[in-house]
Unconditional design. Structure first.
Length: 286
């Protein structure tokens, strides 16, 4: 892989597939295992697509001419300088902001507003302070109409998966920031969303806690097949988590690059990963 600052847009290729020459076009077909999915499990994620999309507010467009396809089950990380439109992209995919032009679709249908199968995770944990961690995780299940006994068991199971079984009855202010983020992650995944949209969820955590949360995210996504779009300022985080990384800058999508050996801590010094990191940093500084 070249270390040049020039980057190329590629079609979506989930982890576990070979990456060959690309044409800049998306074929609409994925093979092998999707990101974070157990072998043999059916992909239950969703396809998110933007075509010639202009995003932002009527008086302040943030991104223009965005063409992007995120196949089911893939983890796409998004990096770019402050104010480049990363959060705008995420909120548009969540259905909180309508596109100003072009199209934004889920499985070929226009996204017209928020939906239960697209979960949004913020940097601030956004837990309800008067509800216990268990009751917070139960909330989306209650909204779905899950019977109380079932939703309590499912919420307890998710808290156990994120290592908070012994904190289930605590209020959010009685646990650490990292534990609140674990609870937020459990709440986001408890209702079985097909897409998880994450806006710098680990940005306020210290380095050690952040690395632990990255590993936890990979673990809890395993087997869900969920599509993930993950916004971050941290290039190393983007290259660890993502099957692909999207670079934003100057009001546009600059490029999308395949990530070699995603979610492999041992790949940090891999020459291909080092070259991609250098190219991303160069692109962000220009």
């Amino acid at each position: 892989m070249s270390t040049s600052s020039e980057t190329r847009e590629t079609s979506g290729t989930p982890s576990g597939t070979s990456v060959g020459p690309t044409t800049g076009r998306t074929t609409g077909r994925t093979t092998g295992r999707a990101a974070g999915q157990d072998a043999g499990a059916a992909v239950r994620g969703t396809r998110l697509t933007l075509r010639a999309a202009t995003l932002g507010r009527p008086d302040a467009a943030a991104l223009a001419g965005v063409d992007l396809d995120v196949p089911p089950g893939q983890i796409l990380t998004v990096v770019g300088p402050s104010g480049c439109g990363k959060s705008t992209l995420l909120r548009t995919l969540a259905g909180l902001l309508p596109a100003l032009a072009g199209s934004v679709e889920q499985d070929g249908r226009p996204i017209g507003g928020p939906a239960a199968d697209r979960a949004l995770v913020f940097q601030e944990d956004a837990l309800l302070p008067w509800r216990t961690l268990l009751a917070n995780v139960e909330l989306p299940l209650a909204i779905q109409g899950t019977p109380r006994t079932d939703r309590r068991k499912q919420a307890a199971d998710w808290l156990e998966r994120v290592g908070l079984a012994d904190r289930a009855r605590q209020l959010p202010h009685r646990v650490s920031g990292g534990q609140r983020q674990r609870a937020q992650l459990a709440r986001a995944l408890a209702a079985g969303p097909r897409a998880v949209l994450m806006d710098e969820p680990f940005g306020a955590l210290d380095a050690q806690t952040r690395a632990g949360m990255q590993d936890l995210l990979v673990e809890v996504l395993r087997g869900t097949g969920a599509t993930v779009v993950f916004v971050t300022h941290d290039v190393d985080e983007a290259l660890f988590l993502g099957d692909r990384v999207a670079l934003l800058g100057e009001g546009r999508l600059v490029a999308v690059r395949d990530v070699p050996r995603p979610r492999d801590r041992a790949a940090h010094d891999d020459p291909a990963r080092v070259a991609l990191r250098r190219a991303v940093l160069t692109s962000l500084s220009t």
